[in-house]
Design a protein around this ligand. Structure first.
Ligand SMILES: Cc1cc2nc3c(=O)[nH]c(=O)nc-3n(C[C@H](O)[C@H](O)[C@H](O)COP(=O)(O)O)c2cc1C
Ligand SMILES: CCCCC(=O)C(=O)O
Length: 354
């Protein structure tokens, strides 16, 4: 995976590389997301072995899926000509949920069609930036439903867009000519060619979530929850899942690492809906730590984009396969047969005694 990142760094236009690699502010949260995993160690159990393991996870709209999913990342055609189609085929072939979204450079119906080329029953979720105009939000939801998406992910950590330091320095504040946010095409009052066509919704409140939930039969997950009280509210409002995420360090540059928020959120949710985590997941053992601390699955953002940039569909498959194999191996080394065998007592802070 390191090699794919290195290839992507060498191949990509430096401004596009910075768009993907960068974070908000001084990139403190970006760095902390990865470092948080280094503060933990796994404490294996012994003599509980089995020759085979089942690493599948049960998620909304994806009853038997890999424990690693593809977090929504914008504008895949910026890094590879095959764009989201390649990512979709790779995720489907690897049995992983793909979260495509509002800011894709391929229309959601074409993303789902590509996933179906690789697997008969792929799980594609649609990430929604709720639009300030509710009829636009409703039209986006309809497009996702008609395309065959099996869940919605509403991103709630972006009432305003993060200040991406590298992009501001590079003057990269809009899509280059020839690229479009295809899901916005033809919606009332929007065009597809400018980032301003995907405005954030600074006035969004919990009743807006209720309206989104009422307007769809799909399960709805909330992405970007860090506070345990918000996790409780999400469940009370009918969310089908909660994704602990700080947007890969691209929004508020003063929040904790995503992993450090997971135990309290998992405690607040108390098993009522699945809790997922993304941010800083780079190895199979990171997936194991996240699952032991209460996640049902872990999302990866940048590693997938590096795989796509370096080798297209093959590169994304390599990233997902490596994470799956490393996770399976780690589970075996920890004496587990199923994901649920990784429990909170099997994770310790490094440097302490227990
Ligand atoms: C280039 C890029 C684009 C992103 N675009 C979106 C997006 O459109 N919607 C969203 O909810 N999150 C977006 N994210 C955040 C990811 O879904 C995810 O939270 C984050 O990348 C996870 O951290 P990781 O990159 O360390 O794995 C984006 C992240 C990156 C790096
Ligand atoms: C309107 C584009 C949003 C992309 C995004 O979420 C990110 O770059 O972090």
């Amino acid at each position: 995976m390191r090699a794919l990142h290195e290839t992507a760094r060498k191949t990509l236009d430096p401004v596009r590389y910075d768009y993907v690699a960068g974070g908000a502010g001084e990139e403190r949260v970006l760095a902390d997301n990865e470092r948080a995993f280094d503060r933990y160690a796994l404490l294996p159990r012994v003599l509980r072995g089995s020759g085979t393991r089942d690493t599948s996870a049960a998620l909304p709209g994806a009853p038997r899926t890999a424990p690693v999913l593809v977090a929504p990342t914008a504008f895949h055609r910026l890094v590879h000509r095959d764009g989201e189609r390649a990512t979709a085929r790779a995720a489907a072939a690897e049995g992983a949920v793909l979260v495509t979204g509002t800011a894709a450079t391929t229309a959601v119906r074409d993303v789902v069609a590509a996933a179906r080329e690789a697997a008969p029953d792929p799980a594609v979720w649609f990430q929604l930036y709720p639009h300030p105009r509710r009829e636009v939000t409703a039209a986006l939801v309809r497009r996702a439903e008609d395309a065959g998406c099996t869940a919605l992910v509403v991103t709630v950590d972006s009432p305003v867009f993060g200040r991406h330091t590298r992009d501001l320095r590079n003057g990269f504040t809009d899509l280059p000519p020839g690229y479009a946010a295809e899901n916005m095409r033809g919606l009332p009052g929007t065009g597809p060619d400018a980032l301003t066509d995907i405005p954030m919704s600074p006035a969004a409140r919990w009743p807006d979530l209720t309206e989104t939930l009422r307007g769809t039969s799909l399960p709805v997950l909330l992405k970007g929850v860090l506070h345990p009280d918000d996790a409780r509210l999400a469940v009370e409002h009918g969310a089908a899942g909660v994704i602990v995420s700080n947007h890969g360090g691209r929004q508020c540059d003063a929040v904790p690492a995503a992993l450090d928020c997971l135990p309290a959120v998992a405690g607040a949710v108390a098993g009522r809906v699945p809790v997922l985590l993304d941010g800083g997941v780079r190895r199979g053992s990171d997936v194991a730590v996240a699952l032991a601390l209460g996640a049902a699955a872990a999302g990866v953002g940048r590693p997938v984009v590096w795989g796509l940039a370096a080798e297209g569909e093959t590169g994304v498959r390599r990233v997902l396969a490596a994470l799956r194999e490393e996770y399976d191996h780690t589970l075996a080394l920890c004496g587990g047969r199923r994901n649920a065998d990784l429990t909170a007592d099997m994770v310790v802070r490094k440097g302490g005694t227990w």
